[in-house]
Design a protein around this ligand. Structure first.
Ligand code: ZN
Length: 617
């Protein structure tokens, strides 16, 4: 294992410990001799690439730069972001291969040590997120570390470090209200020094716990209201943390005032917002603050209820929560030795709007259903499966539900639409997982058993009605409640199938249940339009699904013909001559009905496949 592999290992070790760095934060580097793309020997700085994560970084996540060219930059008194970024790019040894270098690249270049690690650790943040950082750093470390007053990360911070006299005794840098920099000759030595410095701070700290008890508010009402309000600025999903230990901290009477003082390190502003919003009732939701950036509110604390993260996807919402849990611990520690104190408003605003940090969250591939929550009932096979997969590819968070939980989506879920309690659990868990829902696609299917009118058993009628109609009413009722609480509209889409419009021989029970569903969708469209919730249905015919294949087999057996002959009969009534149409075609239609472009289309049927007999009229 070479030093580079050891650097990767060191990075992963640091990244996996949230008390050292929170997702996306911190950085590491190594200086070593390399050759550039022309084969010329070069002293290289190998540093974490921007947008990578120490938890999962591999060799490919690091950028290789010409160390001498970086050192020359440190001679400048001031450099704009543009100049620094361009100069770092020019110093890259493999500009076509490597990721853009970290905004802290110069900090790593300036320090002479071979291996350098920078953390946003709770221990040293607790010493400096106070009113008297120097006093506490001195008490813990004496002259074994150098203290760096707060300046904005990037060039100003690197410049400040370049001007420091670093004696041979100095083992690390304490960055005030930011974190720690440790180093060593090898990754192993760097890690040992890092842990030693942190242990020394931990011994010094005596936390003053936050602890409170307030009645539990109704989260099922609050979460959709919060999500809806935040979505007016930018589509978000929520991550809900109701760990009792965390809920107790945000329920402490002191929390409101402490929260207003800020977070623990500048990167938390990017990940968790400048300060959390506190919501106790639905009335508080309307007063959620706005800021200079659209995602200003990334943490909502609900005393007695939950700590909630909000972001354009679930992983980022979770990162917000992880970061804020770190803030809570830092607060308790800082209050134990002094008073918790963070940046000034001007400093925090500078970070909140700093383009080089913003690019970390903005430079992403935006997908059409990013930040949207889609529930697909009947996602186990056929049309439901194809549609759930299409929504997922389009960036939605998908709750895929069926009798057996399908192996896809962010939240595979077992549901029996004939059981009201089972349906209630599905919607509750969707809200608990993402804060609400935007789209419901209802497509569970019960294969028809063919009987003539004079023999149709009522059990078959009931079986069909339960799955196609009554289940739809049960799911819609609860989904609509969530959508109305969100107040940002919604999309209800049903698979009515061709049978709703054209009677199939011996399929009266199936057809009537689908006709009931289609008519129900029209009622839904009428009543919920005032909430900007649309309801539409798909006339899907001759789609290649397991249900349609079973129907073909049953017709063939009943009529004493081959399955191929039945298929040819279907082909004869298709105006385009297509039969066994891929379910992806239906998925595309459903996705369109779920877009913003379909906002003015409601109470409508969209036909996919089908012959002239099934043109709805
Ligand atoms: Zn940092």
């Amino acid at each position: 294992m070479d030093a580079y592999d050891q650097l990767v290992q060191l990075s992963n070790l640091i990244g996996q410990d949230v008390s050292l760095v929170q997702p996306g934060g911190g950085n590491t580097s190594l200086k070593q001799d390399e050759v550039d793309f022309l084969g010329r020997p070069t002293r290289a700085l190998v540093v974490k690439g921007s947008g990578t994560d120490l938890r999962t970084i591999t060799r490919a996540g690091f950028t290789h730069l010409d160390h001498d060219r970086l050192l020359a930059l440190a001679q400048f008194e001031d450099l704009t972001d543009e100049a620094m970024t361009a100069a770092c790019r020019q110093a890259m040894l493999f500009p076509d291969r490597d990721p853009a270098p970290s905004v802290e690249t110069l900090l790593h270049a300036i320090l002479p040590a071979r291996v350098v690690a920078h953390t946003h650790d709770i221990a040293t943040m607790s010493l400096t997120d106070t009113r008297f950082p120097e006093r506490f750093v001195q008490a813990v470390y004496g002259d074994d570390v150098a203290i760096v007053d707060y300046v904005r990360p990037g060039f100003p911070l690197a410049r400040q470090i370049a001007c420091l006299p670093l004696g041979p005794r100095v083992q690390g840098l304490i960055l005030v209200k930011h974190g720690l920099v440790a180093w060593g000759d090898t990754p192993e030595a760097c890690y040992a020094s890092l842990l030693n410095l942190i242990a020394r701070a931990e011994v010094f700290l005596t936390p003053r716990p936050l602890l409170g008890v307030v009645p539990k508010p109704d989260l099922s009402a609050l979460l959709p209201a919060i999500r809806g309000e935040l979505c007016r600025r930018e589509r978000v999903v929520l991550h809900v943390d109701d760990d009792p230990a965390i809920v107790a901290k945000i329920s402490d009477p002191r929390f409101v005032e402490l929260a207003a003082r800020g977070v623990a390190t500048p990167e938390h502003i990017l990940r968790a917002g400048k300060m959390p919003a506190i919501v106790r009732t639905v009335a508080d939701v309307a007063a959620l603050p706005t800021g200079p950036v659209p995602d200003a509110v990334k943490i909502v604390a609900i005393p007695g209820g939950a700590l909630v993260g909000a972001a354009y996807n679930s992983a980022s919402a979770r990162t917000a929560v992880i970061s804020y849990r770190t803030v809570l611990e830092t607060m308790e520690n800082a209050e134990g030795i002094d008073q918790f104190a963070f940046l000034t408003d001007e400093q925090a605003l500078e970070m909140e709007t700093w383009p080089l940090e913003r690019r970390k969250i903005e430079a992403r591939i935006r997908r059409p259903f990013e930040g949207r929550v889609v529930v697909v009932v009947g996602a186990g096979s056929g049309i439901g499966l194809a549609t759930a997969m299409a929504f997922q590819r389009a960036g939605a968070h998908v709750v895929a539900a069926d009798l057996m939980p399908p192996a896809l989506g962010d939240l595979p879920h077992a549901v029996d639409v004939r059981d009201e309690a089972s349906v209630a659990t599905l919607i509750e868990e969707t809200v608990r997982a993402f804060g609400g829902l935007d789209v419901l696609f209802y497509t569970p299917g019960a294969t028809p058993h063919l009987h003539g009118v004079e023999e149709m058993p009522l059990t078959e009628v009931v079986r069909q009605l339960e799955v196609h109609y009554i289940g739809a009413v049960a799911v819609t009722r609860l989904a609509a409640q969530v959508m109305i609480r969100q107040g940002i509209g919604g999309r209800l889409i049903y698979n009515a199938s061709k049978a709703a419009f054209a009677p199939g021989r011996q399929a009266a029970a199936y057809g009537a249940s689908k006709a009931a569903l289609a008519h129900y969708a029209r009622n839904v469209a009428n009543e919920l339009g005032q909430h900007k919730i649309t309801a539409n249905y798909v006339n899907a015919d001759m789609i290649d699904t397991p249900l349609f294949r079973r129907l073909i087999a049953e017709r063939a057996a009943g009529d004493g013909v081959s399955e191929a002959q039945v298929i040819e009969r279907y082909r004869a009534r298709s105006v385009t001559g297509d039969v066994l149409i891929p379910p992806q075609a239906v998925a595309e239609a459903v996705l369109w009905l779920a877009t913003d472009a379909a906002a003015f289309t409601t109470g409508c049927v969209l036909t996919v496949g089908g012959g002239a007999e099934a043109f709805p009229r």
